[in-house]
Ligand binder design. Sequence first.
Ligand SMILES: [Zn+2]
Length: 95
Amino acid sequence: MKTLRQQIITLLTATELSAPELASALQIKEKEVCEHLGHIDRSLSAAGRKLNMRPSSCRKCGYVFAGRKRFTRPSRCPRCKSTYLEQPLFRISGD
Ligand SMILES: [Zn+2]
């Protein structure tokens, strides 16, 4: 039986997923996914691999949340104030 973190690593090595997609695949809360991603990021760095995040963007004006380092998603666009945002997507590279 794999741990949750191992399952997340397996999923993100195979495909690019958002936090809500991971949450529903693993039957846990999105907030828990974000916590696990923080730990996974640190343990992967130590192993020479990388957790890549494709940043959120605004579906209305196209603003990209490029400087964002946290794994939670922003709630609204700082430029146009829209809450219609693209989810950040995660993927693991290297081996
Ligand atoms: Zn916007």
